[in-house]
Design a protein around this ligand. Sequence first.
Ligand code: GTP
Ligand code: MG
Length: 209
Amino acid sequence: MLEILNSEFVKSAVNPQQYPATPYVEIAFAGKSNVGKSSMINTLLNRKAIAKVSNTPGKTRLLNFFRVRFCQKQIQQQGYFMLADLPGYGYAKVSKKERDSWHEMMRQYFTNRLNLGLVVILVDIRHKADPKDMMMLEMLRQTGQSFLIVATKADKIAKTKRDKAIRNIASGLQLPASYILPFSATKKIGLSNLLTILEKYLFDTRIEL
Ligand SMILES: Nc1nc2c(ncn2[C@@H]2O[C@H](COP(=O)(O)OP(=O)(O)OP(=O)(O)O)[C@@H](O)[C@H]2O)c(=O)[nH]1
Ligand SMILES: [Mg+2]
């Protein structure tokens, strides 16, 4: 079992020159504004507010980097990974100029962040696949990037409706339903599954411990 020991905010950045230099593999969280990226990071890291949560969509406009120390209990190994909270997309009220600069920021991140390992894409479990999420997936596929889809706010629909919601999202994104993990930051639904996936990822990619 993967256990998060502690985590610290490292810095915010826009340009590749500002990204923190690090030997550790990075896991990035991306998704539409307000989908729950920062909330999910706080839940994963077991912190109340290391990532800023807001009711105002589009609050996170920068790339925010964190360093996380973890432990794998059975084998008693400790290590670090980096975590990036990426700025949300799809918020209607931003100007074209802001949208273009977001796009450029993402393009640069995906092409220049050499330690980037896994991208977690968040979608709202209540909504069907959105063209902006498809665009994001396309950007990742073009660069051969590994990704995982998490359907957030699972507490907002009845448990009996979860499987169907996941299947709908999966067919919209043209992915198998097994690629999509239901999650809730408030009720901690899916947290242990997420930790298991991250553990498998971190150990399979043989990061330096
Ligand atoms: N019920 C419920 N609400 C959630 C959950 N996750 C996030 N929220 C709420 O959704 C709103 C947005 O959450 P954030 O975590 O700030 O979303 P974000 O994706 O980081 O948003 P931006 O930084 O603006 O892109 C907040 O009001 C959260 O409290 C969840 O799992 N369940
Ligand atoms: Mg945020």
